[in-house]
Design a protein around this ligand. Structure first.
Ligand SMILES: [Zn+2]
Length: 280
């Protein structure tokens, strides 16, 4: 445990809208319960992230959970990411016990208990769908990062999420065509994916910056064989997360070029030429 503290807890406008709608339509209990379930879910992510010493810059509450905002300048091991992601839905597994316990109090009746169980289970199941930025989609992203280079994994998770969201949208059309809440969430996720796709070049740059300034050496090694005409930019798109890279140039017997040193030279402005063939 370290001394970092959450600097901010915020509520996403979409959640405000749903809270306001809940109050205006007299669904006070539903609103209070939704807020509690989401808050404890989110706290699960944040506490485990803090336990690992990550900088949690902000906790944003979304109607379907969302994820605590983590400073992304540092790299995190895959197992830590998986545990932080699982820590949210894990809260929804014990939360029904809280509701059972509350049944001992006069303000908590069978009606509240049933609303609680329904909302808790809906959040748990929805959140595990393999759609980014839901927890299930983020978990899928971590697994793709283990298999594919950073940029490719990012693209894949966003494409897959768009397709999965489309299927989910069809199911909503079929079963709950008039659920305003569900449609708002679907549209929110669609925008989030679109925005993230546009931010991809910036994400890649940040990733490379983290690679260039990392202090630890990862046990995972990736050998990249390229032709001498391959540009530096093309080589960087082949970099994997949490890995060291050895770059070899085809038909040359030079010792391999270290990926971190290459990224370092890129940010220091000491790279001459555009292609790896120019590298000294
Ligand atoms: Zn979550």
């Amino acid at each position: 445990m370290n001394s970092h503290r959450f600097s901010k807890i915020s509520i996403h406008p979409l959640f405000w809208l749903m809270i306001a709608a809940g109050i205006l339509t007299g669904h006070l209990w539903e609103t209070v319960i939704a807020f509690t379930v989401v808050f404890i879910h989110e706290l699960g992510h944040a506490l485990v992230a803090q336990w690992f010493g990550w900088d949690v810059t902000e906790i944003e509450l979304l109607p379907f959970g969302g994820v605590a905002k983590i400073d992304s300048h540092n790299e995190h091991p895959f197992h830590e990411e998986c545990l932080v992601l699982i820590a949210g839905p894990l809260q929804n597994l014990w939360l029904p016990l809280l509701s059972f316990g509350l049944l001992n109090f006069s303000f908590w009746g069978e009606a509240q208990h049933q609303i609680f169980l329904a909302q808790n289970n809906a959040l748990l199941l929805f959140n595990l769908l393999p759609i980014w930025p839901l927890d299930g989609g983020r978990l899928l992203h971590v697994f793709l990062d283990m298999v594919y280079p950073y940029k490719s994994a990012y693209k894949r998770v966003l494409y897959f999420s768009t397709a999965a969201l489309f299927v989910f949208g069809l199911l909503v059309c079929w079963h709950y065509p008039f659920s305003v809440n569900l449609w708002m969430v679907v549209i929110f996720i669609l925008f989030a994916i679109y925005k993230e796709r546009r931010l991809l070049p910036l994400r890649l740059l940040r990733f490379l910056l983290a690679v260039s300034s990392r202090k630890n050496v990862y046990p995972r090694f990736k050998n990249l064989t390229v032709t001498k005409g391959t540009t530096f930019a093309e080589i960087f798109t082949l970099f994997y997360r949490n890995a060291e890279h050895h770059i070899r140039i085809k038909d040359r017997n030079d010792p391999p070029i270290d990926g971190k040193r290459l990224a370092n030279a890129y940010f220091n402005g000491t790279l001459e030429g555009d292609t790896i063939g120019d590298y000294r």
